[in-house]
Design a protein around this ligand. Structure first.
Ligand SMILES: *Cc1c(COP(=O)(O)O)cnc(C)c1O
Length: 394
């Protein structure tokens, strides 16, 4: 049996080895909504899923299918499906798995949109939600042991980069027959493979690192075929389908995923080390730093620490942040992350824009926190840029 190719080869080739229509080497963007069949019998077979093919692009589409195949292979899963956005796949997953009377255990510190589903939408449907202190593994284990349908994790988290021990908590979930879902957006399959750590499902906002160019929204989920089929069924009906053009842009971005992530891992570590010694900086949160609370877990379950960090200025206020940020030349002040360009922003206008100031405080997210997502620039330029911008505080 031949050895599985390295992930850096699979990011380029997976899903795209066959020549396409008219022998094209690149995945064609199939904008067609429908697919026509002269043979009624064949049409029926495809419609019933007895034969491979496409009927209508809200359900499946050839370009979208190639994207799903690439992420499936990178996460080393049996099956994958997609949605128009990360939130599209997160909501489809939660609404597929959970029903009235069920209980879900998660973290206080999940992505802002996910947190709104937990705090606002699920309770309305009669689903009980328990959000634990993000890094309190004992509390999470205790809550899981009381019985739940689903344990929903994110690691590293957004924006405080807390690290959760996926293997440890998966054992706790298995003990009560609960399913484990991990949002792997921050780590990407280059740095972390949650399915190998015991998770049942791994999902992504493809809008971030997977696409990597901040020009296409998308979401994906990977896991066992039976579960993925159920999530697909929900998503095909709720209609949050991935657009073929976005699928193409995401696919193009994913070809360089390994290169980008390696560079972003390196850049982020160097920037974090630099910031940690800067007199104007109060705290730096980056899983690659020995000072990080979750450093030892990160070393165990990740092969790189990712491109995202957050930090607090000594002058810990949104006002100080708003004076500092515009001084940076090489950072888009924007509600995004994972792009080739460095991107910066406070939780108030990025990950937790959906929450009020009181809600952010309750989640333990300081107003003066700054999320810094390292791009692929030459790292010395990023460091000089930060040095110049931080001069106002020294
Ligand atoms: C951005 C993000 C999401 C939501 O993704 P969209 O594509 O914007 O819907 C979910 N989880 C994490 C960790 C994110 O960073």
């Amino acid at each position: 049996m031949s050895k599985k190719p390295h992930i850096g080869t699979r990011t380029v080739w997976s899903g795209e080895e066959k020549p396409f229509w008219k022998k094209a080497t690149q995945t064609p963007v199939v904008h067609s909504i429908s697919f026509s069949y002269k043979n009624m019998n064949e049409w029926l077979q495809v419609a019933l899923g007895q034969k491979a093919g496409h009927i209508y692009s809200r359900n499946t589409n050839p370009t979208v299918q190639v994207f799903e195949e690439k992420i499936r292979d990178l996460e080393e899963a049996d099956a994958a499906t997609s949605a128009a956005t990360g939130m599209g796949i997160i909501s489809s997953t939660l609404y597929t798995i959970l029903a009235s009377g069920d209980r879900v255990v998660s973290l206080k510190d999940t992505y802002g949109g996910t947190n709104v589903i937990f705090s606002e939408f699920l309770p309305k449907m009669g689903i009980k939600v328990t959000l634990c202190d993000t890094t309190d593994h004992r509390q999470i284990e205790l809550e899981v042991s009381k019985g739940c349908k689903l344990l929903y994790l994110e690691s590293p988290t957004n924006p405080t980069t807390s690290v959760i021990d996926i293997a440890r908590l998966s054992i706790a979930a298995k003990a009560v027959g609960a399913m484990v879902v991990v949002d792997n957006t921050f780590a990407t399959p280059i740095n972390q493979l949650p399915l190998h750590l015991g998770a049942d499902l791994v999902l992504h906002s493809a809008s971030k690192f997977l696409g990597g160019h901040a020009d296409a929204l998308g979401g994906a989920i990977c896991g066992k075929k039976k579960l993925i089929d159920q999530i697909y069924h929900y998503r095909e009906i709720n209609g949050a389908s991935l657009d073929p053009m976005s699928a193409y842009l995401l696919l193009r971005g994913m070809k360089t995923l390994n290169l980008r992530i390696q560079k972003q891992n390196e850049n982020a570590l160097q920037v974090a080390q630099y910031l940690e010694t800067h007199p104007a900086i109060g705290r730096v949160y980056y899983p690659g730093l020995a000072s990080h609370e979750g450093h030892s877990i990160a070393k165990k379950q990740m092969c790189g620490f990712g491109g995202v960090m957050s930090f607090r200025l000594k002058e810990d206020s949104l006002e100080a942040v708003s004076r500092f940020m515009p001084r940076l030349r090489y950072a888009h002040a924007a509600a995004n992350l994972g792009a080739v360009e460095t991107t910066i922003g406070p939780p108030a206008t990025t990950s937790h824009v959906e929450c009020s100031q009181e809600e952010r405080a309750a989640l333990g997210i300081p107003e003066g926190l700054i999320r810094y997502s390292t791009g692929i620039e030459y790292v010395e330029d990023l460091i000089s840029d930060l040095e110049r911008a931080l001069k106002i505080f020294t």
